[in-house]
Design a protein around this ligand. Structure first.
Ligand code: PLP
Length: 398
């Protein structure tokens, strides 16, 4: 009889007890709004900002309502205006082109390589079309960040990093989110810290930080942002920057702070699971694992592999067979966008030319979440099931 996996791919771990206690304390005193503090009190939101800035090694940090809000705020804060073109990944999640659209910008998609990173040759070819690159480290894959920054710096292009899948990750020892002008993170349930919703914004640029704080809805209370720039930076910015409210509240911050303290340990646990899966899937005929470069320090909260040149029917067959055995795989190659849309041609509000090289890659990407509620034994079982089903189907199409 075929073994069936019983775990749930959407089940994260509970909020740590310290986070629950801190959240209850906030609810007991009732001061949930970040500017609602009593004398001598530093808001949970402010503490989170200070701790997160220190964690990634950034000068300034702002906590906001979502990762998508952080992205749109970053675009506004670096000066993107209606009608401006913004370079971004052809393979990313819907909130990324959505953030560009939110500020009236026009996405210009840059291709994806078989290693699932931004195609830097395609970037070099398109870099003159825009002043801004919204770079998504999609599914945690970091491209060669030195080369990317060289290309962008030479062209005077400002880089904003979408680190929704790379909180805790680094390239050559430098944290993701600190390479470009702004780093944006998500604290939504499926990311690396879970507040249900939430976002974090980091930068070393005082004016960009000041604008972001004003945009987020700080009224004239910006001096209470202890992880923000000094008040003289706001001198003109406070009059010129519209309020587009998107603050984080103290309840979410209280839930997040203990998770931040535990982030390194959690990332190590993700990587144990990731590398166990990778190892067990390697050398399966018909399936290509994604080799990670040595410069990359990953956080393996999801895993991808390629089914290169598989016919569509075989891929859907594999998904169905694995699904029947409890293994939930996602495929980004179907013609009709389903679930979490992740490819450029799903976003039909953008008039994007076809990208045949990227299409080939996208057609074969299989994605699987790796929640920390899975044990290493679970990972071994999942890999066995995938191997069996891939081998069975691949034999018939070879
Ligand atoms: C989740 C996610 C975002 C945005 O985060 P939200 O907090 O859900 O708005 C941005 N980019 C990627 C790649 C994501 O997965």
């Amino acid at each position: 009889m075929n073994e069936v996996f019983k775990g749930r791919f959407t089940q994260q771990e509970p909020i740590p007890e310290a986070g629950i206690e801190a959240a209850v304390a906030v609810m007991r005193h009732g001061r949930l709004h970040r500017y609602n503090t009593i004398e001598g009190e530093v808001a949970q939101t402010v503490l989170l900002e200070q701790e997160f800035a220190a964690k990634v090694g950034a000068k300034y940090c702002l906590a906001v309502a979502s990762g998508g809000y952080a992205l749109a705020t970053a675009l506004r804060a670096v000066g993107v205006k209606t009608g401006d073109r913004v370079l971004t990944n052809a393979f990313t999640l819907a909130p990324v082109p959505g953030a560009i659209a939110a500020v009236g910008g026009v996405p210009v998609f840059v291709g994806v390589t078989p290693s699932l990173v931004l195609d830097l040759d395609d970037l070099a070819a398109k870099v003159d079309q825009s002043d801004v690159l919204l770079l998504s480290h999609m599914r945690g894959h970091l491209c060669d960040m030195e080369r990317l920054m060289q290309i962008c710096d030479a062209a005077g292009v400002t880089v904003i990093e979408d680190c929704a899948h790379t909180m805790g990750a680094a390239w050559n020892g430098k944290a993701s989110g600190t390479w470009g002008k702004v780093g944006c993170y998500s604290c939504q349930t499926y990311k690396h810290m879970n507040a249900g919703e939430g976002g974090l914004f980091v930068t070393d640029d005082a004016e960009v930080a000041a604008r972001a704080i004003m945009y987020s809805g700080s009224y004239m209370l910006y001096e209470r942002h202890l992880a923000g720039p000094p008040s003289e930076v706001f001198e003109d910015i406070r009059y010129e920057t519209p309020n587009i409210s998107g603050r984080m509240d103290n309840l979410r911050a209280a839930i997040l702070r203990p998770q931040l303290e535990d982030l390194d340990r959690q990332c190590a646990r993700w990587n144990e699971r990731y590398y166990a899966l990778e190892e067990a899937l390697r050398d399966t005929a018909g399936l290509t694992v994604i080799d990670r470069p040595k410069e990359e320090h990953i956080v393996g909260s999801s895993i991808q592999f390629l089914l290169a040149d598989w016919p569509e029917g075989a891929v859907t067959d594999l998904l169905a067979r694995c699904g029947a055995r409890g293994v939930e795989l996602k495929w980004f190659g179907g013609a009709e966008p389903v679930g979490f849309t992740s490819r450029y041609d799903s976003w039909r509000y953008v008039d994007a030319p076809r990208m045949p090289e990227s299409d080939k890659v996208l057609a074969g990407i299989i994605d699987m979440r790796v929640p920390l509620t899975f044990s290493l034994e679970d990972c071994a079982q999942i890999a066995r099931i995938i191997r069996e089903e891939v081998s069975r189907i691949y034999q018939s199409i070879e």
